[in-house]
Design a binder for this molecule. Structure first.
Ligand code: URA
Length: 268
C-alpha cells in the first residue's frame, strides 16, 4: 500500500469517526465551565427503573395544509358565487389575490361591449395594449376581431342586443411572458362561469386554446374549431384566435365558415 493510499484511508477514517460522534450527539469538545469529574453525582444504574414524569402528549396538529391551488380555487368559487351583478363580479376580481399575474398587471381588464348581447366572446388574456387601456381586444388582434364580426353584422358598439357583442377574457390580468397554466385556468373558471351566467348570452364564441380549455376542458383548437359544443350551459363555438389568423392567413377561410355557422345559429 503506498503512502498516498494510507493518507486517504486516515482521512476517510477520521471523517467517519467525526460523523459517528455527531450522530451520537457529541456537540462540544470542551465545555465553557470547568467540570470536576471526581465529584460527579452517582450515575443512574441501568437496573434501576427510571420513572419519568407523565406528561400529556402535545395536541395533534394537522401537518398537511391543503395545496395552494385548492385554496385558490375555493376562494375563487366563493368570491364568484357571491357576485350578484357584473359590478359585484368586477369588484370580486379586483379583491382576488391568488393570481400571480395580477401583481405584474397595470389594470384589471374586465369586459367590453353590450352586456345584453346575444353573443359573448371569450378571449384568452389581455396583451400589452389591453393592459394599458383596461379593455379587452383593443390591440391589433382586437381590430381583426372587430372586422371579422362586423362581416356578419355584429359589433361591440351596437346598442341592439341582436347585433351586439359582449367581450371578455379567461384572465383579466396580462400574463407577462407565458401562457396561463391549466391550474391558472382552473382557478379562474368560477369567475368566467359566473360572468357568463350574469350576462346570459344565447351563445359563446371561444377564441383560441386557453378559452376553449376554460369552456370545454379540452385543447386542440384547430381540430375543434367550427364544432358546436356545450359549455357553461350554453352553446359554444370554438374558433381560431384572431392573432393566429394574422400569422396564418390561410386559416381565415375556416374562420369565415365558422362566422357563417354563428350567423346561422343566431337566425335559427
Ligand atoms: N388576446 C386575447 O385573447 N384577449 C385580449 O383581450 C387581447 C388579445
Amino acid at each position: 500500500m503506498g503512502i498516498e493510499t494510507d493518507i486517504a484511508n486516515d482521512w476517510n477514517a477520521a471523517l467517519a469517526a467525526l460523523a459517528w460522534q455527531v450522530d451520537l450527539g457529541v456537540a462540544e469538545i470542551i465545555g465553557e465551565t470547568p467540570l470536576d469529574r471526581y465529584d460527579l453525582p452517582e450515575p443512574v444504574k441501568l437496573a434501576d427503573p427510571v420513572v419519568l414524569p407523565t406528561k400529556a402528549p402535545p395536541p395533534r396538529v394537522a401537518t398537511q395544509a391543503p395545496p395552494s391551488a385548492e385554496v385558490a380555487l375555493a376562494a375563487a368559487t366563493q368570491a364568484a358565487a357571491g357576485a350578484s351583478s357584473l359590478e359585484d363580479l368586477r369588484e370580486a376580481l379586483a379583491r382576488f389575490e391568488h393570481c400571480d399575474f395580477k401583481r405584474g398587471a397595470r389594470n384589471l381588464v374586465f369586459a367590453d361591449g353590450n352586456p345584453k348581447a346575444r353573443v359573448l366572446i371569450l378571449g384568452e388574456a389581455p396583451g400589452v395594449e389591453e393592459d394599458r387601456e383596461g379593455r379587452p381586444f383593443v390591440g391589433r388582434a382586437g381590430q381583426m376581431l372587430d372586422r371579422m364580426f362586423a362581416a356578419i353584422g355584429l359589433s361591440r358598439q351596437s346598442p341592439d342586443p341582436a347585433t351586439a357583442l359582449y367581450i371578455t377574457n379567461v384572465l383579466p390580468w396580462r400574463p407577462p411572458h407565458r401562457d396561463p397554466s391549466p391550474e391558472e385556468i382552473d382557478m379562474m373558471r368560477p369567475f368566467v362561469a359566473r360572468h357568463i351566467e350574469l350576462v346570459d348570452p344565447d351563445c359563446v364564441v371561444v377564441l383560441g386554446n386557453t378559452s376553449m380549455q376554460a369552456a370545454l376542458n379540452t385543447t386542440g383548437i384547430l381540430r375543434q374549431r367550427g364544432t358546436w359544443a356545450l359549455g357553461f350551459g350554453k352553446p359554444v363555438l370554438p374558433m381560431a384566435h384572431p392573432a393566429y389568423l394574422m400569422r396564418v392567413p390561410e386559416a381565415k377561410r375556416d374562420a369565415w365558415a365558422d362566422l357563417l355557422s354563428l350567423q346561422a345559429k343566431l337566425r335559427g
